[in-house]
Design a protein around this ligand. Sequence first.
Ligand code: SF4
Ligand code: MSK
Length: 653
Amino acid sequence: MAEAEQKSFDQGSNDLIEKAIKDEANTAFDRADTMKPCPIGSVGSCCKNCGMGPCRVPLPRGKEETPEEKLKRRGICGATAETIAARNFIRMIAGGASAHSDHGRGVAELFIAAAKGEAPGYEIRDEQKLLQLALDWGVEIGDRSNSEIAVEIGEKALEEFGRQEGEIITMRKAPLKRQEVWRTQGVAPRGIDREVVEIMHRTHIGVDQDYQNLLKQGVRTAIADGWGGSMIATELQDILFGTPAPILGKANLGVLKEDEVNIIIHGHEPLLSEMIVAVSREPEMVELAKSKGAKGINLAGMCCTANEILMRHGVGIAGNFLQQELAIVTGAVDAMVVDVQCIFQSIATVAECYHTKIITTSPKAKIPGAVHIEFDEHNALKSAREIVKAAVENFPNRKGNVEIPDNETDQIAGFSHETINYLLGGLFRSSYRPLNDNIINGRIRGVAGVVGCNNARYKHNEAHIAMVKELIKNDVLVITTGCNAIACAEAGLLLPEAAAEFAGEGLASVCEAVGIPPVLHMGSCVDNSRILIAATAMVKDGGLGDDISDLPVAGAAPEWMSEKAISIGQYFVASGVFTVFGVTWPTLGSKEVTDFLFKEMEDMYGGMWGFEEDPIKAAHMMIDHIDKKRKALGIDKARERVLYDMEMRRELT
Ligand code: SF4
Ligand code: MSK
């Protein structure tokens, strides 16, 4: 394949794309070639919210529009291009927030069942975090047992979804000034489900037709996601499965093994995958695998489930979003087990060219052609054994067309907020002080959260890696989640050695002193809530202003594609962070809506959106923003070290 035709930044993936063509397996890379995006829908100018449409209101091409023409550019119901773009945009937020929050609800339900002893195999693993959460949420500790405390915490978490008035309790984690911004703007979320439902109501034909008022509800719902549903998912998962700590793992399709049973766990919720990890290590299962001619059982993750089981068990990551079909194309995957979110329906058809069993496990997500083995949390070990057994028994059915790329890399993951706190400050005085100090003294210029998906409209992983390298080269510490984290792992950026090779002098010196990589893997998509907590910890530690919007930080999703990414971006912005997206921008059909998101939101929230397809230019937009914040804080110039003599000291007092 000529370089210009290469679809991935990763050579092993390019080889498999060619193999797929030979094997007549149709992949997303082929479909992206044959189906181009609709130019009207992609910029938010198509409405299909009622049976009179779809109505298309594209900007006229190649000429300035007169006010009269603009007045006429409306849907059948009279909806303007602004209304339509804003409605489409916040419906994306509703979709994304629902996905994260429904995940959080599922965790809360399992949490209660585990605390009551009704979910064998699950237990409270992080007692300290349980007690901390009890303090945060006003749950009495006294001489109550962990189980009693956990049941009350789980019930309180569930209440947040159905709360009808007041404010979600989880937003209290935000800096006080930030909470006040939300109250002043009228966007403090009342309840997680309520905000999502209200978006669906307001975007129904003939309801809210003021684009600014629509976007306001989008902000409120996104906050309910980041500071609500996602945060609940992360906190309770940590208590149940353990808070991640630095761990060594492998990445890329090369983690698959020709002589072992390969099981890929793909999706987002770690509830079942935790059990599959445990079962795959049971001696009877390993024996069964050997009896089928395999040397053992090799588990690997895909997408965010991969991040979850890597962070807690060191299980290798086979790839990110655009590598899901390619994993099957290796011919070596005996089962791909999926739950929810970011799962291509086409994995079932690609699997037909090989021997792979696709196993769906969630009642919410079935795929025709897949085997369905439902995950029952009250009997999770039984479900997990059935799944692992099905994979093992499929090993002898391989078709002989196995080709595994030799592209495995090492990575260190598991940088939860607690870990960063500890690594920087030590066990007895854990804090973000050294980070803040190094930002103030300029060794670290600022911090960037780079997250999000792959997009088949862009060369796989290229923008992720280019942007992250540019940021660290300019002394910006990067924290990462989701598919960006996997891209960084595949490029070898999640290793301490990467600091010397790719980071600027200042950042490299700090990484070397602390022993951390210049890019810190914080987890899965719901774990973007960890980034919010880390930013809050930086504010609390002092010296960098009194709100997240004062910090020299920025966010980005250079290869985004999912509605969840829009929700995440919006809660970053609503939290005071400048956030740049790449590839495409879904409101370009309305200048007013786009200007509101890109400019006016800064006055309201201290953070705003940006869009730039070129990852290097996007990185420099972030760096410029970081420099602007440094200037506002008065830390833009390197401070001279002054040694005080007695006279100067006297003057001071
Ligand atoms: Fe057209 Fe209005 Fe119906 Fe949308 S809601 S499809 S703009 S008539
Ligand atoms: S998996 S949401 S493609 S980051 Fe979380 Fe990756 Fe985006 Fe899915």
